[in-house]
Ligand binder design. Structure first.
Ligand SMILES: Nc1ncnc2c1ncn2[C@@H]1O[C@H](COP(=O)(O)OP(=O)(O)OP(=O)(O)O)[C@@H](O)[C@H]1O
Length: 333
């Protein structure tokens, strides 16, 4: 178990002290995937570095399996806990394979020789992160997303019970983010994992547990749905009740513009739904039904291709795509 006891985290240099969060008492749930959420500058990286022993506590303590981190040796720690930081190693001549093999150091002999099971674990980690094909590539020649995967593979190769990752999804494309979180989730049958992220929607859908840190360093913990219901997620990720996190759907809404007047829309199905989205995006006050002032749009999905009829005053115009419809709407009658 990783436990924080009256923990105060922050930075101390000479006489300057910057406290980021204090009075922290919590336990990282064992065998679970925990997502650490919070706005920029709230202290996610500071907390992850402190929990991994890379950064000293200001006061209080972090216990790893009931023993203070400060009394554990580096070797002991590296057999139990691996960390993936935001700033990966750049500019070295290591290949991806060699980087991932570094993860085996806590398990190898003094000469650092890799035995059969070590090599197997390296290959397994490359495979698990989808970068086997890159294993001979120099890490200086990787994209940011590829390098991030290699750093995660190194942590997997280290074979520790605890894995802490600071924004592991930052450089990944949207499906890559989901695949990675899914992978982390599948590892929790035998591991305990904490990762920080700005991907609120994904974290709420995929993590077992959330730690939410705000600008004042207050940390709330709980099941994703409980934190939504008590309003904690909305407090941090909503703006003016108009945009940001939507408590109903769990989605992040964007501010709407209001510049194009009103219209009514009739129809049903997928083309109808995307027509509504397009009209809202371009600033129309949309009425779903007939009989209001302004033009009426009828969405018909007969056959394979949808069709749009724009009824304005005494004219009826036909559009074959949403873009054509928007162009007709914005043109003078
Ligand atoms: N070396 C440092 N010395 C002093 N203050 C620091 C140092 N590094 C970070 N900070 C400050 O500590 C606070 C927490 O920073 P941290 O990097 O932990 O936030 P974060 O939640 O990870 O942010 P982000 O989401 O932007 O990565 C910020 O106010 C930051 O300015």
């Amino acid at each position: 178990m990783i436990e924080a006891k009256e923990l105060v985290i922050g930075y101390r240099a000479y006489k300057n002290e910057r406290l980021v969060a204090g009075g922290l008492n919590f336990t990282l749930p064992d065998g679970r995937l925990t997502a650490l959420l919070g706005p920029n500058g709230s202290g996610k990286s500071t907390l992850i570095r402190t929990l991994s022993g890379l950064q000293p506590v200001i006061s209080g303590d972090v216990l790893l399996d009931d023993v203070s981190l400060s009394s554990r040796s580096r070797v002991e720690l590296s057999k139990r806990l691996s960390i993936v930081l935001q700033e990966p190693i750049r500019g070295t001549h290591l290949s991806v394979f060699e980087l991932v093999a570094l993860g085996r150091i806590p398990h190898t002999n003094r000469m650092g020789n890799l035995a059969g099971p070590d090599l197997e674990k390296v290959y397994e980690s490359l495979n698990a992160t989808g970068i086997t094909a890159l294993s001979t590539r120099k890490i200086s020649q990787l994209s940011d997303g590829e390098l991030q995967r290699a750093m995660i593979a190194k942590a997997l190769a280290q074979e520790t019970h605890y894995i802490l990752l600071d924004e592991p999804t930052a450089h990944l494309d949207v499906l890559g983010k989901i695949e990675l979180i899914d992978k982390l989730r599948s590892l929790t049958t035998s591991k305990t994992i904490l990762f920080s992220t700005h991907d609120v929607e994904l974290a709420l859908q995929m993590a077992d547990h959330i730690w939410l840190i705000d600008e004042n360093g207050t940390v709330k913990t709980g099941a994703p749905e409980d934190l939504v219901l008590e309003g904690s997620i909305g407090n941090i990720y909503s703006r003016n009740q108009e945009w940001g996190f939507d408590n109903q759907t769990g989605q992040i809404l964007v501010p709407l513009i209001n510049r194009s007047g009103g219209c009514s829309v009739e129809g049903s199905g997928l083309a109808y739904e995307w027509t509504l989205k397009a009209l809202k995006r371009t600033g129309y006050a949309v009425n779903t039904g007939s009989g209001t002032a302004g033009p009426t749009i009828r969405v018909a999905a007969s056959g394979a291709r949808p069709q749009w009829m724009l009824v304005r005053e005494n004219t009826v115009l036909e559009a074959r795509s949403i873009q054509q419809l928007l162009d007709l709407l914005s043109s003078r009658p």
